[in-house]
Design a protein. Sequence first.
Length: 75
Amino acid sequence: MILNLALGPVVSLFAGILILIVPRLLNYIVAIYLILIGLIGIFGWGGLHTRAVATVHPPITAPPTSVPAPVTLSA
């Protein structure tokens, strides 16, 4: 079984459990979250992911069609 974990849901789960245990942490957790989202919005996500390289595909063309030779009638 392959388990893929993203960082966001794990941090959210951990923060939610901490808020349930120590409700006074809510102010700090929300403040840190807002600061991080603001910094990411201003400076971008930068080096944490790679950009996809666009692949250039050849143009799509119709397959060649064979045209039947004209029929001539001999008298």
